[in-house]
Design a protein around this ligand. Structure first.
Ligand code: AMP
Length: 291
């Protein structure tokens, strides 16, 4: 596996792969890799001939007071994992390599970045869209792979790529979960043993939603109420939002129909957790509920 820390190096590696006629896949990450990231790497390896994984804890997507400094950085372990799962190159630039001067240019996606996580994390999505644009320009991949776990991010990136005619395809892969339903996340390691036991309540609330939809309920307020009731079983969980929105526009819906995103965010102690499901309700077919 090739390792690049500079933009010039990764460009050389990708140019060589292209010259050999290879298609290029790209998996952007902040490291502290886990089975969720591995699922993206594997999807990329299946689909593309040459796969680049970036490992970069992007300072511009952390808000003041967030966990930028303490974000886990087990670099050698990450490298080993990428290699074991068939990545062909890692790109691990320093902050100075990525931001050699104060940026005067930002990429902003309007509207889609306002609700849900946009409310409590001002500037977060601007950091994500800007760094993804930079990484896309640097790597020059044919396909980039993102996780459904970060549903709003995936929606925003898709829209950005479409609006700006970026010459790559965005693929969104399913959320990987622990056996008890908790969505795997690099931040789960912040949880105390008790918080770790309590955290799957978020998935239980999402399951409850899927069950209600299965039984024909369509009223979003009623579903959200039932989900909040489940979430209140863990009093230490500070719920940030329970939102039932159109999966493409992220606008709230009153009645559930079409492709709908049901998203939850909350804080357990100092750890912010997010999770979601997407359901597709066709007038005639009933719902395609998640696992
Ligand atoms: P991060 O390192 O947290 O920025 O995540 C890098 C990519 O991995 C993003 O596209 C995430 O959506 C994706 N990802 C993180 N956790 C999971 C998971 N549990 N299942 C699937 N994809 C994930």
């Amino acid at each position: 596996m090739q390792r690049a820390t500079t933009i010039a190096q990764i460009r050389t590696y990708v140019a060589e792969a292209r010259a050999a006629g290879k298609s290029v896949g790209f998996v952007p990450t902040m490291g502290a890799l886990h089975v969720g990231h591995v699922s993206l790497i594997e999807a990329a390896v299946r689909r593309c001939d040459y796969v680049v994984v970036s490992i970069f804890v992007n300072p511009t997507q952390f808000c003041p007071g967030e966990d930028f400094e303490r974000y886990p950085r087990p670099f050698e372990r990450d490298v080993e994992l990428c290699e074991r799962h068939g990545a062909h190159a890692i790109f691990a630039p320093s902050p100075v390599e990525m931001y050699p001067r104060k940026s005067l240019t930002w990429v902003t996606v309007e509207k889609l970045t306002e609700p849900l996580c946009g409310r409590s994390r001002p500037g977060h999505f601007r950091g994500v869209t800007t760094v993804c644009t930079k990484l896309f320009n640097i790597v020059g991949a044919d396909v980039a792979f993102f996780g459904q776990k970060d549903a709003q991010q995936a929606t925003v990136i898709r829209r950005m790529a479409a609006d700006l005619n970026m010459p790559l395809e965005i693929v969104v892969c399913p959320t990987v979960r622990e056996p008890d339903g908790l969505a795997v996340s690099s931040r789960n390691q912040y949880l105390s043993p008790q918080e770790r036991q309590e955290a799957p309540v978020i998935y239980r609330a999402l399951r409850r939603c899927a069950e209600m939809l299965d039984s024909g309920r369509r009223n979003a307020a009623e579903i959200a109420r039932a989900m909040n009731e489940i979430l209140s079983q863990v009093p230490s969980l500070q719920v940030e939002y329970v939102s039932i929105v159109d999966a493409e526009t992220l606008e709230p819906v009153d009645q559930v129909r079409g492709r709908i995103l049901v998203a939850v965010a909350g804080r357990l102690g100092s750890t912010r957790l997010i999770d979601n499901i997407v359901v597709d309700i066709r007038a005639t077919e009933g719902i395609m509920a998640p696992r």
